[in-house]
Design a protein around this ligand. Structure first.
Ligand SMILES: C[S@@+](CC[C@H](N)C(=O)[O-])C[C@H]1O[C@@H](n2cnc3c(N)ncnc32)[C@H](O)[C@@H]1O
Length: 198
């Protein structure tokens, strides 16, 4: 069961940190590219909602395990006419059929999920073969000096920051997950019981 801190304080801490101006600028770069049926992994307080283009997006479905953050997302600002559903759920075990979404949006979530690999495998499963995976994440720095700093503060940071990890090799995990067009074509063929060569 979630603690008092997790239920009542953490959602506001995350809301403040994730609403910082440089992070909002990152959202503005990627979220307007979303189209069709959109899934957000770890929707948090719904800070991306304001950036969707309702002319391109049919619906946004957001999953998140935090009740406190889902409540904030329910009332977060968004463009008129944007259809939004916020569901309890975890990225590692998505309650959707294969190939259900045109776009998956994942912003500052892979640091906090239990298993980035499992979350990315699920994202790949529910994404249509011609869909797009839009992300903005943070992870282990390529700079050894910054890595030392990240490793030093992570044990104190993770418990107070909702499970956020500073040293995950996120870029490598996303690359390895197989989101390239060729890899998804192969996956689609395999699902249909056909064999295909890249
Ligand atoms: C740093 S916040 C980012 C929230 C949001 N994506 C944003 O851009 O503002 C991390 C989010 O991941 C969510 N989260 C933690 N574990 C998760 C999981 N297993 N599956 C999906 N979301 C998860 C947290 O509840 C939180 O909302």
């Amino acid at each position: 069961m979630a603690s008092f801190y997790e239920r009542h304080i953490l959602p506001h801490v995350i809301g403040c940190a994730c609403g910082a101006r440089p992070i909002q600028r990152q959202r503005a770069k990627i979220v307007p590219k979303a189209s069709g049926q959109v899934l957000e992994l770890g929707i948090g307080g719904g800070l991306n909602l304001a950036f969707y283009d309702p002319a391109r997006v049919a619906s946004v479905t957001g999953v998140d395990p935090s009740e406190g953050l889902r409540q904030i997302a329910e009332v977060a600002p968004r463009p008129a006419g944007l259809r939004v559903d916020v569901l309890e759920g975890e990225a590692e075990n998505l309650p959707f059929d294969a190939a259900s979404f045109d776009t998956i949006v994942c912003t500052f979530t892979l640091c906090s999920v239990r298993s980035p690999q499992a979350a990315l495998a699920e994202a790949l499963r529910v994404l249509r073969p011609d869909g797009q995976f839009l992300f903005s994440e943070h992870g282990l720095s390529p700079d050894p000096k910054i890595q030392r700093w990240q490793r030093g503060i992570e044990p104190f940071w993770t418990p107070v920051a909702g499970g956020c990890h500073l040293t995950r090799p996120v870029a490598g995990s996303i690359t390895a997950a197989g989101f390239s067009r060729a890899a998804r074509h192969l996956l689609a063929e395999q699902r249909q019981g056909r064999t295909a060569r890249l």
